[in-house]
Design a protein around this ligand. Structure first.
Ligand SMILES: Nc1ncnc2c1ncn2[C@@H]1O[C@H](COP(=O)(O)OP(=O)(O)OP(=O)(O)O)[C@@H](O)[C@H]1O
Length: 210
């Protein structure tokens, strides 16, 4: 099982599609457009931050159970990033200490690897797509999901900026599995065929050495 990570608009969904076509393996997507809580969260983050995390935690655990054990299955986002996002929201006063501590302990309880379980919850490889803050803003604008737009809510600018910075530290510290970083600014695999081939080569080489 392989998990992708990266900031909003990094291209996780596209890379999941590319990889699973390339390997003829199974993709696990968390549909953003069907998520009824996400627009509510963007409108009133204080009220919906905790509920949104419980929603994601539940959904991602479903994907982990389905994807685990399947060779080269790919999840379009890792469960650990939810925690990164939730902590950022909590630091912005959108969740209480009690909610954070319940979330943290629930996550660690759910992710504990038990020898008697037939499936493993941590991925075999994490593929992280690193994009700069500028690229992130451009992609968010280009994609045009209404609730993500800074024009509609200027406070999102700081939220996105801090999020992007926290991703860098998060990836450096990540140690739950082997990992590889793709420079999404230099290798625009969404637009460029050459970049696509290079990214697939990099990932194939990493998988071969595991
Ligand atoms: N745990 C979370 N807490 C708060 N918001 C979240 C969380 N997970 C995802 N989101 C929000 O959901 C939306 C989709 O995010 P995500 O990065 O998963 O998909 P994406 O932007 O479509 O990714 P990509 O373009 O890389 O395929 C974003 O607005 C993001 O902020």
């Amino acid at each position: 099982m392989i998990a992708l990570s990266g900031p909003i608009g990094a291209g996780k969904t596209t890379l999941t599609e590319l990889l699973t076509k390339h390997w003829d393996s199974q993709a696990y997507y968390e549909s953003v457009d069907d998520n009824k809580i996400l627009p509510l969260f963007y409108k009133d983050p204080k009220r919906y931050a905790f509920l949104l995390q419980i929603y994601f935690l539940n959904k991602r655990m479903d994907s982990i159970k389905a994807a685990s054990g399947l060779s080269r299955s790919v999840m379009d986002r890792s469960i650990y990033e939810d925690s990164l996002l939730f902590h950022l929201n909590a630091d912005m006063g959108r969740a209480t200490d009690t909610e954070v501590s319940i979330y943290d302990s629930l996550l660690s309880n759910m992710m504990e690897e038990l020898p008697r379980l037939s499936y493993q919850k941590n991925p075999d490889l994490l593929i992280h797509i690193d994009i700069s803050f500028d690229t992130m803003l451009k992609r968010i604008k280009k994609r045009g999901r209404s609730y993500e737009q800074i024009d509609a809510d200027p406070e999102l600018y700081d939220y996105y900026k801090t999020l992007n910075q926290r991703y860098v530290k998060w990836f450096d510290k990540y140690d739950q599995s082997p990992k590889i970083k793709i420079n999404g600014d230099q290798l625009d695999f969404v637009e460029s065929v050459d970049a696509r081939a290079k990214v697939l080569d990099l990932i194939d080489a990493k998988v071969a050495e595991m």
